[in-house]
Design a protein around this ligand. Structure first.
Ligand code: ADP
Length: 414
């Protein structure tokens, strides 16, 4: 008797045995029976033609019916089901046929089952990839939604918080103007100055928070213009001289190679970077200390090196300080002015500095022998600024070209 005839002989017994073993509830019995009958019919075709691909349609149906739990847990429900079918088939063969027929039938069924297992593994992995990419798309959509709400925060912070502060500043100025200079008392002047400086500090913090949001959402826009590092440093030396005087500190700026060279960058943003690093150098250096600014020209970059003779930074904190809202233990918890010794800040300055430099294609990092408030080992901040010979914006490049060619740029744009 051929294998196909043997299969036909045991068909009824196989269907009833498999249905009984595999149906877990009475409700699913009929449906399962129909599916098993179909599988068996296709199995006969596969053995008859020698082509196991006959089983594809039912294997496809089974593997695409994986439940969410199967997909979530990464477990297969079809492979154990198929193993069970194979086990029942071997059992039925041995119970109903003589040993020789049973052996010959199981041997002829083996390629069809091997094929089925491989096919199921492939189809299930396809289903899982589909499921994971749907999940990823969902995460992407919710991240995009989150990003949008972050950007909304930026505009809320920018308009709703900044505006009342500008009003406070404006009304204080009006109040001062309304009072006759001769009659205004000293205490009133002091109170108004207090309101003004409080409002200014709050505005600076809000501006920093907005900058952090812009950087974190890759929304920072740079306004490229010709710049000279030595001019930026000179401007800051002037701006910071009252603080340096107050703290009896010395500022030594060297004319290093590259500092007088023209490159392109956003002058306001780069001033902000240098201001943040220099104010920290003043802030974390005791009175009578020295802040040294040096640098060098590297292939494609200008390196600015800012050294202080301050309290230093422990090696494990040298990367951490660039994370937002980081204030090391040495820093006072109270914001007590921008350049007071160890005066606290919101811990955003270096995060913003790094964001601005990275937007320019540059970098910033810190080095220090360690933290020691007695020995004051000092800290060194390295700033790498790319040398750009043409502004990234073509329109600006066209506009500036005649000026640059006439060599008069330096005098005009400062
Ligand atoms: P903050 O507003 O607190 O100064 P920053 O982001 O500018 O925030 O700096 C983060 C922390 O890094 C500071 O609180 C301080 O602990 C440490 N730090 C920054 N610059 C120096 C420095 N030059 N010397 C020692 N510690 C520093």
């Amino acid at each position: 008797m051929s294998e196909v005839d043997l299969l036909k002989t045991i068909r009824t017994f196989w269907v009833s045995r498999a249905t009984q073993a595999l149906a877990k509830g009475a409700g699913v019995k009929e449906d399962l029976k129909a599916q098993l009958e179909r599988f068996y019919e296709l199995l006969i075709q596969a053995v008859d033609t020698g082509d196991p691909a006959w089983l594809d349609s039912i294997l496809n149906a089974w593997s695409t019916s994986l439940t969410m739990t199967d997909l979530d847990t990464g477990q297969s429900s079809t492979s154990p089901f198929l193993s069970e079918i194979m086990r029942i088939t071997w059992q039925v063969c041995h119970e109903t046929l003589d040993p020789e027929q049973a052996l010959s039938l199981t041997a002829s069924l083996l390629p069809a089952f091997t094929y089925s297992f491989e096919r199921i593994a492939y189809l299930e992995s396809q289903e899982r990839v589909k499921y994971v990419s749907t999940q990823l798309n969902q995460v992407k959509t919710s991240l995009e939604r989150l990003d949008r709400s972050k950007s909304d925060f930026i505009s809320v912070a920018a308009h709703e918080l900044r505006t009342p502060l500008t009003l406070i500043e404006g009304y204080t100025a009006m109040l001062r103007d309304a009072r006759d200079a001769a009659t205004i008392s000293e205490i009133e002047v002091e109170l108004m100055n207090g309101i003004n400086s409080g409002a200014r500090r709050l505005k600076a913090i809000i501006d920093d928070m907005i900058d952090v949001s812009l950087i974190d959402n890759s929304l920072l826009q740079l306004n490229f213009q010709p710049i000279w590092v030595n001019r930026l440093l000179k401007a800051l030396e002037k701006e910071l001289s009252p603080a340096l005087q107050e703290r009896n500190q010395k500022f030594c700026i060297s004319d290093f190679p590259g500092s007088a060279e023209m490159t392109y960058g956003d002058p306001e943003r780069l001033l902000q970077v240098l201001r943040n690093v220099l104010t920290n150098a003043i802030k974390y250096t005791p009175d009578s200390g020295i802040v040294n600014v040096d640098g060098r020209k590297l292939p494609g970059f200008i390196e600015i090196i800012i050294r202080d003779t301050g309290i230093g930074i422990a090696p494990e904190d040298q990367e951490l300080i660039f994370e937002k809202f980081t204030r090391l233990g040495s820093t006072s918890l109270h914001s007590s002015g921008k350049t007071k010794f160890k005066g606290g800040g919101p811990g955003l300055g270096l995060h913003i500095a790094r964001g601005i430099l990275e937007a320019h294609g540059g970098a910033i990092w810190a080095e220090s022998p360690g933290y020691d408030e007695k020995k004051n080992p000092g800290s060194t901040f390295h700033i790498l600024l790319p040398i750009v010979d043409k502004p990234p914006d073509d329109r600006l490049a066209r506009l500036l070209k005649p000026l640059i060619n006439n060599q008069i740029t330096e005098e005009i744009i400062t």
